[in-house]
Write a protein that binds this ligand. Structure first.
Ligand SMILES: [Zn+2]
Length: 146
């Protein structure tokens, strides 16, 4: 990993972050809300389409014969069918960003795992280093508490 230039750092939504601007590495106590998006495939049960329901109502009006036709039509349409659907999850995560950087562009995760609450940010090496130290201290604190 290069010591210069932006590095990608994974940040957890609930962890405490250093008072360091994620973009320029200067001191800041400001937090900005970054918008996170994640697309993923989801398997959902195939539901009857609206046109199918409308057709069903129409057939019911025809009486017994309509009910039979309706039953035949539905037989092919129901069952344990599922469809693949692309869903977009959205979330927000607070990251330290100074007024100057925030006025130019709001930090945005390059990648997100919304289910786990983790987001990857391009971050300044100083931010990355301070976060690493904070995590190390937190880990040592936990060991001492045990
Ligand atoms: Zn900054």
């Amino acid at each position: 990993m290069s010591e210069f230039g932006p590095q990608v750092t994974w940040i957890h939504e609930s962890e405490s972050l250093p008072n360091t601007c994620i973009t320029c590495g200067m001191f800041t106590d400001r937090l900005v809300k970054a918008r996170a998006r994640q697309q993923h495939q989801k398997t959902v049960p195939a539901s009857e389409s609206n046109s199918m329901q409308a057709l069903g109502c129409l057939l019911h009006l025809l009486g017994p014969l309509g009910l039979i036709i309706d039953a035949i039509l539905r037989h092919g349409a129901t069952g344990n069918k599922t469809i693949e659907k692309t869903v977009v999850s959205k979330s927000k995560v607070s990251v330290p960003c100074c007024r100057l950087c925030a006025s130019q562009s709001t930090p945005e995760p390059t990648e997100s795992d919304i289910a786990l609450g983790k987001h990857a940010f391009e971050s300044h090496p100083r931010f990355t280093e301070r976060l690493r130290v904070m995590r190390q201290q937190a880990a040592e604190q936990m060991l001492r508490d045990e």
